[in-house]
Design a protein around this ligand. Sequence first.
Ligand code: GLU
Length: 560
Amino acid sequence: MDAALRRILYIYALENAAKHGSVPRAKAVMGKVLGTHPELRPHAKELPAALEEVLAEVATMAPEAWKAKLAELAPEVVDEMDAGKKKETKKELPPLEEAEDGVVMRFAPNPSGPLHLGHARAAFLNDAYVKRYGGRYVLRIEDTDPRRVDPDAYRMVQEDIEWMGLGVTDIVYQSDRMDIYYDLCRKLIEIGGAYVCTCDAGRFRELKLAKKACPCRAHTVEENLELWEQMLSGGFAEGQVTVRVKTDLEHPDPAIRDFSIFRIVDSPAHPRIEAKVYPLMNFSVVVDDHLLGITHVIRGKDHIANTRRQRYIFDYFGWKPPVYRHYGRMSIEGLVLSTSSMHQGIDEGTYTGWDDVHLGTLRAIARRGIQPEAVRRAMVDLGTGDTDISFSWENLYAQNKAVIDETSDRFFFVPNPVRYEVEGAPEQRARVPLYPGDEKRGVRELAFTSAVVLPAAEVEGAGMVRLKDLFNIELKGEGQAAYAGDDLAAAREAKAPIIQWLPAEYGIPCTLRTPEGDIAGVCEPEVTEHVGGTVQFERVGFARIDRVEDGRVVAFFAHR
Ligand code: GLU
C-alpha cells in the first residue's frame, strides 16, 4: 500500500479512536477521510482494504497508546483536538441525530448577488457539522430562476466561499441538471402526483381558498403528459401554464394546497443555459437533496412551509427526506440585507459597490478587517435554536478583536489634526512599541523637535494633556503649549488625558472610513506597509488599511 495513503488513514483512525475511546467503524473514518481529502477519491477502490489493515492494527494497540501514537505522527492533530475540546466546552452546537456515520450537507445559495451575513449563518452552521461528523459538503448553486440570477454572482459567491474557508467537497449547478428535473417531473405525473394546470392564476386562487379542485386536477395521466410535452416544446407562453403537486386541498395552510413546481419564463434569458421551462425551488431542492444523498439540512425557519410542501414530493417518490433543523430568524440592526435593495442602492449610487461599508455583504465586512474566523465563531454562538434573535455586532467585534489583536501593530492616527508649538521641551525620540507587552515586535520612533499635531476634539479648552509615550504639556490655546515635565504620575494626578500625537510635518494624510462617515486625519507613514492588513490606531480602534492613493492612506474602521 502507498505509504502516504496509509499514513493519512492511520492518522484519521487514531484520531477517531482517541476521541471516542473505541476502535472506529470503517465507514466513519472513510467519510471523514474523503471529506477532508477529496484528492483521494480516485483511490476510493483501494481504500477499504487499506483501512481494514489500519483498523486491525489500531485494535491491537492499548487505548492509552492511541493519542501518543497520534502525537508522534501528527502533533498538529493532537493540538487541534485539545484546542477543539477547549472551544467546544465554551459553546457547542447541539448534536445532530443520525449523524454518527458521517453526514452529507449542503449550502445552497441563489446567485443573485454576493453572500451576506444571513448566508454566512447557514454556510458556517452546516460547515461546522460536516467538520464535526465528517462527510461531504455540497455547494449547490440554485440558479433556476433566471429573474434572480446575476451573472456576476457566480464569481462573487465562489470568492465569498473561499473567503469563509468552507470545507466544500462538491459543487453542483442546478442549471446543469434541467434534464434530471424534466425526467422526474414526467415521472411524478405518471405516478399521479402532479398535474399540468392551465387555469388562470386568479381563478385557481379562488378555488384554492374555497378548498375546491380546479378542473385540471381531473386530467388523466395521458392528458397531463401531453400537456407537459407541449410545455417543453414551446407550446405555452409565460403565465399560461404550471405543473402542480397534488396535495391536500383541505390543508390548513392555503399556500400548500396544490403548489406549483414548474413554470415558463420567457425572459430574461438564463446566462448559462437555453431554457424556458424552469423548476420551482421546492421541486429542484427535493430532487437534488435526494439524488445528492443529503442527510441533514440546516436552514432558516422561513423554509418551514417549504419543508411541508417538499414532504409531499418525497412521499410520492418513496424517498426518505433528510433530517431538518430550522433556525430562528436573525435580524441585523442597521443593515440592508435584501439583495434587491442593495442592487438598487448600488445602481442609484447610494452605495459605492457591493463592498460599501454600509452593507452586510461578506465583502463589505471583509473590507473593514473582519476575519472569517470571527464570523464563524459569531454564527456558531448564535446556534441553531428556533427562537428569533438579533445578530450581535458586539459579539462579532469581540470575536474579531480576539482574532486580530495580536497581529495588528499599533500606530497613531490623529483625526482632525491641529498644530501646537511646544515651548521649552527637550528634543527627543519617543520609542513606542509596535505591540505593547511584546518587545520582540520592535518599536516605532517618533522624533519630537518643537511642534506636534493633536486631535482637535481632545484639545478644546486649556489644561494639561499627556502626549502618549512622550511627556506632559500645558495647552495655552491658539496653537501654543508649554512643556510640563515627563512625569506620568503627575499627569495622572492632574487627570490629564493621555492622547495620541504626531510630530508636525511627519504624518501622512489618512482617511478613516466609518459607517457614520469619513474622518480625515494623519497617521504614521509606516502604516503604508500594512495595506490589506489590520492595524490598531491607538485610542481610536482597529482598522483595515485598504490602499494608499495619491499619498493618502485610506483605512476602513473595524471596531474599537
Ligand atoms: N436556495 C435557497 C435559499 O437561498 C435555499 C434552499 C434550502 O435551503 O432548501 O433560500
